[in-house]
Design a protein around this ligand. Structure first.
Ligand code: NAD
Length: 280
């Protein structure tokens, strides 16, 4: 039976260190959070982020903009936050109105204040193994892997999902540790090859958003399984991996909820503290 890789205790430990770092700063750090229009999902993230910030002594400055904000107006607003010396980090809440292109907008955030680690300059640093501001979910997954103590050198690693916020940055981070990395995606499934890749994974990371995509009996005996997926069913939240089957075979497995999720917001705060230290 697998050991549960829970995010909360790990997050608490990291937060203790962050509290000390925040206390050592000359000025209380400020996280500016931009929310355009109203959205229940974004509001839930804002709530958990502001709670985490408050607990660490970080000021969470929520900036509400109207639903009909134009791209040009949002860029202008970001430029003002870039120039505001009291602001250390900027996050844009998703989803944005359809008329606004997140990729375009996020490139206007000053790389020094880009606490989501999505500015092209920070992604470039990630490629060279020099990134300080790492995309938060990918950083959370790396923390969970480190907590197992496994040696990544030459480890047969399969990532399912190739998004810019999870799969792609993780592939770079794991290559940096000399893991042997295979990245699977919708094309792999369409080619009928997902199962064979998953079956040989000693380290399996799944970030797709499809409940039960990975069958429990595909999981290799003794594997480390990190399930990033969040799927809201009628009565509960589940990941992308069939938990009951997988936990019988894996050595370590993350629960959903309670695995990657609680760490992601902590990684956002870690990036904010990192940014504030560099700026001060
Ligand atoms: P995304 O929608 O940007 O990308 C999905 C990926 O899954 C793509 O690479 C796509 O090709 C692949 N895919 C889709 N169908 C597939 C299939 N049948 N077989 C194989 N691959 C398939 O996803 P994202 O933004 O990275 O999010 C993925 C999941 O992770 C979602 O459930 C999301 O809610 C969750 N998530 C969780 C956290 C957290 O903190 N726990 C953070 C971010 C995302």
């Amino acid at each position: 039976m697998a050991k549960l890789l829970e995010g909360k205790p790990l997050a608490e430990k990291i937060k203790e260190g962050l509290k000390r770092q925040v206390a050592a700063l000359k000025v209380k750090p400020v996280l500016a959070s931009i929310m355009v229009g109203e959205n229940a999902g974004a509001a839930a993230y804002v709530k958990s982020q502001s709670k985490a910030a408050e607990g660490l002594g970080i000021e969470y400055r929520l900036q509400n903009l109207p639903q009909d904000t134009t791209e040009a107006a949002l860029i202008d607003f970001i430029r003002k936050l870039n120039a505001d010396k009291s602001v250390n980090g900027i996050i844009i809440q998703m989803p944005l109105p359809a008329a606004i292109d997140y990729k375009k907008i996020s490139a206007y955030i000053s790389p020094e204040k880009d606490i989501e680690g999505m500015h092209p300059q920070n992604i470039g640093k990630l490629l060279f193994g020099k990134a300080k501001l790492i995309p938060c979910t990918a950083a959370a997954v790396m923390e969970l892997i480190n907590a197992t103590g496994i040696d990544l050198y030459g480890k047969e690693t399969v990532i399912v999902g190739h998004s810019e916020i999870v799969g792609k940055p993780l592939a770079l981070l794991l290559l940096d540790k000399f893991a042997t990395v295979t990245v699977c995606h919708i094309g792999t499934s369409k080619a009928g090859k997902l199962e064979e890749h998953v079956r040989r994974a000693e380290l399996l990371i799944v970030a797709v958003g499809k409940a039960g995509l990975i069958k429990g009996d595909w999981v290799k005996e003794g594997a480390v399984v990190i399930d990033v997926g969040i799927n809201r069913l009628a009565d509960k939240i589940v990941g992308d991996v069939e938990f009951e089957g997988a936990e019988k075979r894996a050595a370590y497995i993350t629960p959903v909820p309670g695995g990657v999720g609680p760490l992601t917001v902590t990684m956002l705060m870690r990036n904010l503290v990192e940014a504030a230290e560099a700026q001060q």
